[in-house]
Design a protein around this ligand. Structure first.
Ligand code: GUN
Ligand code: ZN
Length: 443
């Protein structure tokens, strides 16, 4: 096996046992298939060069304030809402959907409009270090396929969902009939799988229980099961929504029970928000191996609620971070990480017993936790031999950068500063499956 890349310098990542492992002066080799071939101490360079057949002069040496970290995983983002991110944050969820979201999403019938927004969101998230994104598109099959094509062309790892919704839209021109929703979902999955993109896959996407009839939910559960597909939706984001779901699904014990009964809670399911889930519901998530996407920026912006991450982690439920653009206004997973830490601190002000999230734990949620939440942790999320090389090269001394580093500040401080103060200027290179996707080579 020939090698594509060898880096030498500091590596930071999470493992199953520790939220932060710092490897100072290590060598990381990437093979021609984009997989991590070895991770070894720097002092072994001579031996490794013989074993793997590379010249020591080809090794890329990281600078003093540089490090490699795993790529960021956005477990929940509405690509279609990117056009109005940073605006329209003055209404609670259900009004916000009908007033702002559904009218904008209806525009994706127009493939030129879709191409423009989808290109921009893929580029923007890649620059911000999102190597894996779990996307909601819209109800439009062709535009959703286009999002898959654009993610593939730019080299982003992505799950792409054509949104399904056949009820309770107050916008008459933005909903589907049950038959349309089912048929178009089947067409979307079939067409996307036919492309055989290496790192872009379909995800079955009922918008949320409010928007879907029971028969549509059953069919989507069946489609996911028969094709072994990922599933994504929303759950328990806002109190009014939880109440409405109770009224709409009277035979179900809880919001979680709605998805459970329709076979939509599997070990490939990721549900966004979950602010109001009870212990009993979290237990069901744990049993099923289903995950939660924590979207703290959106939870604050739409005044939806606050997820208690400690409770979720204590229940051994898989957890990742989501930007939830455009309910969340930032496309950056670093912003989601910061707001996750803020939310944890807000909750600890109300409960002194609550252990706040550490920055190391937040780092894990943004990387390995996200890959676990998407059941992609066999391929990505940290630096392990055999996994794909999905990574960021971070330079904390980049000219014109947003952060100053001072003498004596070691690796852990440098990482903490990046997580709290860094931005896309510090992310000098981004790799997905060994391919350098940032800086962009114009397509
Ligand atoms: N629940 C159903 N649809 C949506 C959406 O588009 N955004 C958010 N934040 N919640 C939802
Ligand atoms: Zn969402």
């Amino acid at each position: 096996m020939t090698l594509k890349l060898v880096y030498r310098g500091m590596l930071v990542h999470s493992t199953r046992d520790t939220p932060l492992e710092i490897l100072k002066d290590y060598l990381l080799g990437v093979d021609s298939k984009g997989k991590i071939a070895f991770i070894e101490k720097g002092e072994n360079v001579e031996g490794l060069s013989k074993e793997w057949g590379f010249h020591t002069s080809d090794v890329i040496q990281l600078e003093q304030h540089e490090f490699l970290m795993p790529g960021l995983v956005d477990t929940h983002i509405h690509a279609s809402q990117y056009s109005y991110s940073g605006t329209a944050l003055d209404l609670p969820l259900l009004d916000w959907l009908n007033t702002y979201t559904f009218p904008v999403e209806s525009k994706y019938k127009d493939l030129d409009f879709a191409k423009d927004v989808y290109t921009k969101v893929v580029r923007r998230t890649l620059c911000n270090g999102t190597t894996t994104a779990c996307y909601f598109a819209t109800i439009h099959t062709d535009a959703s396929l286009l999002l898959g094509q654009i993610a593939d062309e730019f080299g982003q790892r992505a799950l792409v969902g054509k949104v399904c919704m056949d009820c309770n839209s107050m916008v008459p021109y933005y909903k589907e009939t049950p038959e349309e929703s089912m048929d178009e979902t089947v067409r979307f999955i079939h067409e996307l799988l036919k492309k055989e993109y290496a790192n872009v896959k379909p995800v079955v996407t009922p918008r949320f229980a409010v928007s879907c009839s029971s028969s549509l939910l059953y069919t989507l559960g069946e489609i996911a099961k028969n094709n072994n597909l990922h599933i994504q939706s929303h759950i328990s984001e806002n109190k009014e929504e939880v109440k409405l779901v109770q009224q709409l699904f009277r035979d179900c014990r809880s919001y979680t029970d709605v998805y459970l009964k329709h076979d939509l809670l599997t070990d490939k399911t990721v549900m966004a928000h979950g602010c109001y889930l009870t212990d009993e519901e979290l237990e069901i998530f744990h049993e099923k191996g289903a995950a939660i996407s924590h979207c703290p920026r959106s939870n604050i912006s739409l005044a939806s609620g606050m997820l208690n991450v400690r409770k979720v982690l204590n229940n051994n439920v898989k957890l990742g971070l989501g930007t939830d653009v455009a309910g969340g206004y930032s496309p950056s997973v670093l912003d989601a990480l910061r707001r996750a830490m803020d939310t944890s601190k807000f909750l600890s002000m109300q409960d002194a017993q609550l252990q706040t999230l550490t920055f190391e734990e937040a780092f894990r949620l943004a990387t390995l936790g996200g890959s676990e939440a998407l059941s992609l942790d066999d391929q990505t999320g940290n630096f392990e031999v055999g996994k794909d090389f999905d990574a960021l090269r971070v330079n904390m001394s980049v000219p014109g950068g947003p952060v100053d580093v001072f003498p004596g500040q070691g690796p852990k401080i440098i990482l903490e500063k990046f997580l709290n103060l860094g931005d896309d200027r510090n992310i000098v290179e981004v790799f997905v499956a060994g391919r350098k996707v940032v800086p962009f080579t114009e397509l």
